[in-house]
Design a binder for this molecule. Sequence first.
Ligand SMILES: Nc1ncnc2c1ncn2[C@@H]1O[C@H](COP(=O)(O)OP(=O)(O)OP(=O)(O)O)[C@@H](O)[C@H]1O
Length: 331
Amino acid sequence: MTDTPPPLHEEPSHIGHLLEEALDHAEAAGTPTEGQQRGVVGLETGFEYLDWLIGGLEPGTLTVVASRPSIGRTTFLSDVARRNAIRNQQPVLVFTFEESTEAFIMRVLSAEARVARHHIRGGLMTDDDWTRLAKTVPVVASAPLFIQSPGRADMRFIADTTRDMIEEHDVQLIVVDGIQDIRPGKRSDLREREVGDIVRDLKTLARELNIPVLASSHLNRAAERRWGNRPELDDLRESGAITFAADTIILLHREDAYELDTPRAGEADLFVAKNRQGPTGTVVVAFQGHYGRFVHISKEDLESINAEAAKSMPPASDWLKDVFPKPPPAQ
Ligand SMILES: Nc1ncnc2c1ncn2[C@@H]1O[C@H](COP(=O)(O)OP(=O)(O)OP(=O)(O)O)[C@@H](O)[C@H]1O
């Protein structure tokens, strides 16, 4: 990391000094020029509208992605890891508790090469698949992407590994697949308290090392009993502490996971339900389960695919309507 991590117990600062720093920050961020991603101050997620909405993944913040099982949490995390490590050459460290390192790598390879996951796993590779894979392997192999699948680990292990990896490889983003799979440092009869400690430790890690942390969480079954099955913040399992500690919470939803003949088949909603630094809203992306990836869809494309969904596109925020067309021209 180039920035020095801010000490957590520094002396109180005078507002004049803090203001100067804040204005420097705003000046450095500048005004957008045409074609530039507006307002993205952190690392990109790779989903243009989502980056506009949340400002990217900022150093020192905790972003939590949550969904019901099999909706695509791991897919989303691997998309963000791929974007940063492979496309942007930013070193990324992934802790995956939900699958092996090999499974995670195959997921990355499949998404990057656009070769169906079941072709790789099931011996169904076509000539075209082999050609695409051959082209992609060297690109993926040389990317600064580090994956650790420790089975169950506690926060001490995660923090120590992260520190080492920052020192050795200048890691810029930590991805943790499965908050609920981290072993609590201190046992408690109350699961909520254990998860609370873990999530606060993740947040402290982000702040202490001045690095963005992106973590996934389960949701309880409440969405399944709700009309439309849309998840809400309150569905976060052992939720209270996650809702408080996270800076940004993104709830994933796919209508076609519940309703096979929905007109929105192939679409997924990234519902930004908490956004400490900005508005909430929903971003629609495409889900390509066979390649194990989500992809950006432009408003225009969405309109031609599915007029109904486009109409309701920002169900939550007017601000998004403003953002969807294009960044403003240069001043
Ligand atoms: N080869 C494939 N073709 C089509 N869809 C696939 C394929 N492989 C996986 N999927 C779909 O991908 C989804 C699972 O994605 P992912 O593993 O990212 O979900 P998750 O939310 O992390 O799941 P979990 O609850 O297991 O952690 C499922 O809907 C599954 O059916």
